[in-house]
Design a protein around this ligand. Sequence first.
Ligand SMILES: N[C@@H](CCC(=O)N[C@@H](CS)C(=O)NCC(=O)O)C(=O)O
Length: 223
Amino acid sequence: MRSLYHHPLCPFSRKVRLVLAEKKLEFDEHVERPWECRPEFAALNPAAEVPVLVEEGGTALADSTAICEYLDEAFREPPLLPAEPMARAEVRRLVGWFDAKFHHEVTRGLLGEKVIKRLSQSRAEPDSRAIRAAFSAIHEHLDYIGWLTERHSFLAGSSLSMADIAAAAQLSCIDYIGDVPWDRHHGAKDWYARVKSRPSFRALLADHLPGVPPPRHYADLDF
Ligand SMILES: N[C@@H](CCC(=O)N[C@@H](CS)C(=O)NCC(=O)O)C(=O)O
């Protein structure tokens, strides 16, 4: 059986969980706290980061984009990268946007400062300037999602792609801590409602981390 080492509040792990679920692939779950740097885990991924997918046969794959693209190539249905090269480039640009820019400007400042520092028992206090900067940056990203989805249902066109998965993976982590200002961003909220209501999202909505309960609207499809 395929195994996934992941953390429920890791957006990159969520990306892989969503792709596995879209493709209806079964897997065993291992919740890993990467900051504990378990030697057995570091032996699977020298970067000691989640997610890690151990395929049937024992090969360990690391890095969410490498894993997601492998899954899309090995299990074609439904395709999450378009067939046409320029359309693929646009999906990959958006995956890069959310994995790098959104994560750096928003996820690290909110989730990282407010929750991960506490869970990992870091001795550093949450940085209130980083939190304020992230609260301010999230608006531009939500406006961008609203703009991208004005003409199409999904970020890179009329069907769900890896771009939607990367974006929803980041936003769902922020939503878990109740920090997404949905009421000021109706376009982004409509798009998120579409993604959130897919069966592939169910496992994420059932996440419940001890000591970090989600707000009530988190699992509500009509939030
Ligand atoms: N580029 C990697 C990034 C993965 C990553 O940053 N994972 C974080 C958790 S979200 C991690 O394991 N950090 C190590 C730590 O917290 O010690 C990917 O896409 O998989």
